[in-house]
Ligand binder design. Sequence first.
Ligand SMILES: [Zn+2]
Length: 362
Amino acid sequence: MALRKILLPLLLVLTSASFSQSKKTENVILITLDGMRWQDVFTGADLSLINNKEFVEDSAGVKSRFWVSDVNERRKLLMPFLWNEVGSKGQLYGNRTKNNFVNVTNKMWFSYPGYNEILTGAADDVRINSNDKNPNPNVTVLEVVNQQPSFKNRVAAFTSWDVFPEIINTKRSGVLVNSGIDEFKDSPLNDKQVLLNNLIHELPYLGYTRPDAITFHLGFEYLKKKMPSVLYLSFDETDHFAHEGMYDLYLQSVHYTDALIAELWSWIQSEPKYKDKTTMILTTDHGRGTTKYDSWRHHGAKEPNADQIWVAVIGPDTPATGERKSGEQFYQNQIAATLASLMNIKFETQNSGKPISPVSSK
Ligand SMILES: [Zn+2]
């Protein structure tokens, strides 16, 4: 409690000044796909993994769905929304085959440290070095936005993994977080929300996470009913299926999640509160290994290159430059400041990354 008394005035100082330049963005949707590889984002499905019976049951079936020889067509086949919409109207960072680099700065290369870095804008290898459910001592950008009088209770997170109440520190931050096994509570609930709450208990529970479709639709219903200014959707199946060595289910999850995001973006562009006033940021908490034939299943500090990630952004302040190809280096610790700057909120601490400037150079 004593620490909290010291921290709060400091935060007020850090966040009271707004940027003078105005942005068109009034809302931000942040989406993460846990442990999704940049290799699949930029080069599509991997033929050596599709052809390996250890990782794919029906190789011919998966190949017919997700494989063509042209790399640009192949990545579109896997993620049509990302490449047709964000690729033409937004920006994509992290294609290492084209000299564009995004890395995490934490030394852990697993989930809690990654989400801490995404949301608080800084690695904290001393205190955030496990996935245990410890309340985050660091302050997330979601908490800072929620502290602004105009955004009070207008920030929400729906997450498949059940550690997010601690990562976002709901007790301290007051940010609404619905995750894991927890039913969404509201009165009244509509029919769809009742069904989704039931499905949490009627579909396979994947270790510490629920199926991503539940997370998506609970979040989407909340968006339509409550119209928050910042919505965070955190998906987990990609990491789960990769660890299990199920590349077929990993690809399927990427593909239908891309379609769900398309549905969300289409609704946003039809709704006056959000249309042309909303930026969407997509990214991941960590990469995956690359050294051996099965390294793609794993991550963590012992897996070389599992610090390599990607970022995609679309919105009214983001020039439509598409895939970034120049020799740029960006970091996971820039995402929080990028989100805040789009909302005209200053978010910088001693160690935090600066906003990714090309995202809002319109
Ligand atoms: Zn993992």
